[in-house]
Write a protein that binds this ligand. Structure first.
Ligand code: 26V
Length: 816
């Protein structure tokens, strides 16, 4: 590590950039184009200009960033460290520009040069360092922590390749590698001085006096790459620190290299780099697990070492760590943090085991994001012992300690069972607080996931309902609506989202309805143009936009949606005038990726595309119904789609979606929800009122009951003529001409198993969709409900969530 050297005569004022005007902004832009990017303005590409613009914006983030760091040090503040295997940040340029208040000036400066701000921001790759909700939540939380002045660090991995790119070949999903680092990442501040060695494998020795010494077999270096995360208003900035895996110098076999064995000599290098090579797709049950555990430990160990190093530069007494450090584990992926912190305290700082475990528990918190059994992490003792032998010892000791502290427990409750280490239980016992992500989910965490642990550690489980940042999900994604809100209730709602409630004072103003209708229309027009430009898809503007965008998973029930769509198509064909009433024209939009190995989900994608092919080309129905599935759904696509939505599909089997956050983004943008009583839907419905939400389906308890019933799917199908017709059409190959049995498995599963209760909820969903049509026909009534949805979304700001974490879990105060 390179030492600091003293300097003299630096005036802070020399380091602070003055507020830019369009002229000075243009000067900086040209400066960066030439001297940072190295391009002549006459010869610069869109990407060159985008890089120059990013550097110009980034410059403005640096002063508040340094100032925030300095203030945290001088005030000796407690800091939060958010450990997450995923940060689904998407694009940063426009977000940073808005948060720094530089949008207008940037647009003007670019305008003077004949350049378009939108075109340049659209050139930025979408950083997809996450799978879905969990990763996007981490990104919203980073933004809120910065906005609230909560001193914090995000710690993640700098995957070379983020989530795969999705394309369709005759309707089938094709995955290709993602390459967000193909152009230089201008947000990166590389910190070679902040590098740590992370050990793997090897053995543990008795060093005398009960002292244990771990001799890892291999080491990998973690190199820090920092991105400033600037809060709204530019008053505070935190750091997102992403670790890249590099070979340690001693791993590279120079002798062999010199002897000409290049490949063998660089094997180690390839193995080391593999740790941050690619994001694991979730929903994946297949092998390659060893690398995943190593990735998790790599993130965790580097981060915990960094946290201790930073603490020890200004403190000496590690027993006071909980007064200054909070660490939040985003799901169990970094759950090895408990054993790792204990290891460092005991093996390297001389603590006894119990004190180390006490300190650790006070520092750590654990957020659970799913109840799905197949998603709960377990590592075989064999693999754990081979990869992390010292940590396995610590885990066994923690398991015994839990019994010492809380008494004997029923069989099957501990940290180890069935030959596996259970990461949920490990995270539970090493954390002072464990939280679920919606009220319903937290209840189920207590009741179904950790009932015994909850009794043994009363008060440890609590709820923090998820939230989303209104800066990205309203101000950035939907400028016309954001402006209407400002015109209606004034400034400041961006950071006090509860103020949206003031919209309700204006619900008697018909002008508001027209203006709201206009924002929706603008969003649809914008989407229509975007779909044409980026996907060559054509859809009408005048229709009800009905959208389901999220990962493809059976529990999310995209199948229910597409089967209902088929029913609608059949009805239109049978009764073209709808008994004289006419059909409400619908554009059904799907988006989302399936894990490469998840065949059932990929079948559903193919079915949606096959249905689209038939329906969109049917002259009898195309004026009333369209189905589209633009490929490669990502954060940037969400920003295009959500503002245009009238109807938000949140239709998971009750009890299975931990929270959902797309549901919040849609409602915030004035879409009504059709949904089950699942996850945060429950709270959304409470907030907006039952009249302003299309509820359907079985409840969590009814789901459990229904699953007990033999032949429940057959019974449901027998009762529903509409569903029978749909399944028959699918089974007959209506949507797979030339391959009648393409969906044989899918239809068979509907009749004979249907774990996700698509059949049981079909009629109820159908009835709710009828109510949707009925209300949509009455524009004023629909708009009123939509505006009420917007007005009552204040609760779902991620600022509220972060405040709750700060108060109830982290015990951290804002520095602002
Ligand atoms: C992982 C796996 C792995 C194995 C196979 C099935 C499966 C299914 C789901 C997952 C995801 C687990 C973690 C996750 O992303 N949870 C999501 O977290 C969001 C933020 O709290 C929440 O809104 C979503 O409801 C929840 O699914």
């Amino acid at each position: 590590m390179s030492e600091r050297i003293p300097v003299r005569g630096v005036d802070r004022d020399d380091l602070t950039l003055p507020e830019p005007t369009a002229d000075t902004f243009r000067w900086w832009l040209l400066h960066h184009l030439q001297f940072t990017v190295g391009k002549d303005p006459d010869n610069a590409s869109k990407t060159d200009w985008r890089l120059a613009l990013t550097h110009t914006i980034r410059d403005r983030a640096v002063t508040p960033w340094f100032e925030s760091t300095r203030r945290t040090w001088t005030d000796d503040r407690k800091r939060v460290h958010y450990l997450s295997m995923e940060f689904l940040i998407g694009r940063l340029l426009e977000d940073a520009t808005i948060n720094l208040g530089l949008r207008d000036v940037a647009e003007e400066a670019l305008d003077q040069l004949g350049l378009s701000f939108a075109e340049l921001t659209d050139d930025e790759p979408d950083a997809a360092l996450g799978n879905g909700g969990l990763g996007r939540l981490a990104a919203c939380y980073m933004e809120s922590m910065a906005t609230l002045g909560c001193p914090g660090f995000g710690y993640g991995l700098r995957y070379e390749h983020g989530l795969f790119k999705q394309s369709f070949d005759h309707g089938r999903q094709i995955e290709t590698p993602e390459d967000w680092l193909a152009t230089p990442n201008p947000w990166d501040f590389v910190r070679p001085e902040s590098a740590y060695d992370v050990g793997f494998g090897g053995h543990v020795e008795d060093g005398g006096d009960g002292h244990r010494v771990w001799h890892p077999r291999a080491r990998v270096q973690a190199a820090a790459h920092d991105t400033p995360v600037i809060g709204y208003g530019g008053n505070w900035a935190n750091t997102l620190r992403l670790w890249a895996a590099l070979p340690t110098a001693d791993l590279f076999d120079l002798d062999r290299f010199n002897a000409g064995e290049f490949v063998a000599a660089s094997n180690h290098e390839a193995m080391a780099r593999a740790l941050s090579k690619v994001l694991y797709p979730n929903d994946s049950t297949e092998g390659g697990k060893e690398l995943r555990l190593s990735q998790e430990f790599f993130l965790t160990s580097a981060s915990v070492q960094d946290i201790l190093r930073r603490y020890l530069t200004s403190h000496s007494d590690l027993s006071r760590l909980p007064e200054f450090v909070a660490i939040q584990m985003n799901d169990t992926h970094p759950a090895i943090a408990g054993p790792e912190l204990i290891r460092l305290l005991v093996d390297e700082h001389g603590f006894d085991f119990d004190s180390a475990a006490d300190i650790t528990t006070q520092v750590l918190g654990y957020t659970n994001h799913t109840l799905l059994p197949e998603a709960l992490e377990r590592w075989s003792i064999g693999l754990m012992g081979k990869t992390l032998p010292r940590h396995l010892e610590i885990i066994e000791r923690l398991d015994h300690r839990e019994i010492e502290l809380c008494g004997p427990r029923p069989y099957g409750v501990g940290l180890i069972g069935d030959g596996h280490v259970k990461m949920g239980e490990l995270a539970f016992v090493t954390s002072h607080k464990v939280n679920g992500v919606s009220a319903l989910h937290s209840d189920l965490v207590k009741r179904d996931l950790f009932p015994v642990m909850d009794r043994r550690h009363p008060g440890r489980i609590l709820n923090v309902t998820n939230g989303v940042t209104p800066r990205r999900w309203m101000k950035l994604a939907n400028p016309p609506l954001a402006e209407l809100v400002t015109d209606t209730i004034g400034e400041g709602w961006e950071t006090h989202l509860d103020r949206l409630a003031e919209i309700e004072d204006h619900l008697d103003d018909p002008g508001l309805f027209d203006a709201f209708g206009e924002t929706k229309r603008l969003a649809k027009e914008r989407l229509v143009a975007w779909l044409k430009e980026h996907h060559d898809i054509e859809v009408p503007v005048d229709a009800l936009y009905d959208i389901q965008i999220k990962r493809q998973h059976e529990y999310k029930r995209q199948l229910l949606n597409i089967l209902w769509t088929i029913a609608r198509w059949q009805r239109i064909k049978r009764d073209p005038t709808n008994g004289g009433k006419g059909w409400v024209p619908r554009v059904k939009i799907f988006g989302g990726k399936a894990a490469a190995s998840y065949e059932a989900a990929k079948d559903i994608i193919r079915l949606i595309n096959d249905v689209a092919e038939i329906v969109n080309n049917d002259p009898d129905t195309r004026d009333h119904l369209r189905v589209i599935y633009p490929p490669n759904y990502d954060v940037s696509m969400a920003e295009e789609l959500i503002p245009a939505a009238d109807l938000s599909e949140q239709i998971s089997t009750a009890g299975m979606e931990a929270s959902g956050t797309g549901n919040m983004k849609f409602a915030l943008n004035g879409a009504l929800t059709i949904g089950t009583l699942d996850g945060a839907n429950v709270e959304i419905r409470e907030q907006v009122g039952a009249d302003n939400f299309f509820l359907f389906g079985l409840t969590t308890d009814e789901v459990a009951e229904r699953r007990q019933m033999p032949d429940h799917s057959r019974a449901a199908i027998d009762q529903s003529q509409a569903l029978r017709d749909v399944l028959q059409a699918v089974a007959e190959g209506t949507f797979s001409p030339g391959e009648m049995y393409r969906y044989g498995g899918l239809v068979d599963n509907m009749w004979n198993s249907d774990w996700f209760l698509v059949a049981s909820d079909f009629d109820s969903y159908d009835a709710a969709q009828d109510r949707v049509d009925e209300i949509y026909r009455d524009t004023a009534q629909w708009q009123r409900k939509a505006l009420i949805n917007v007005a009552r979304m204040g609760f779902f700001s991620s600022d509220r969530s972060i405040r709750e974490y700060m108060e109830k879990i982290w015990d951290v105060r804002s520095a602002l």
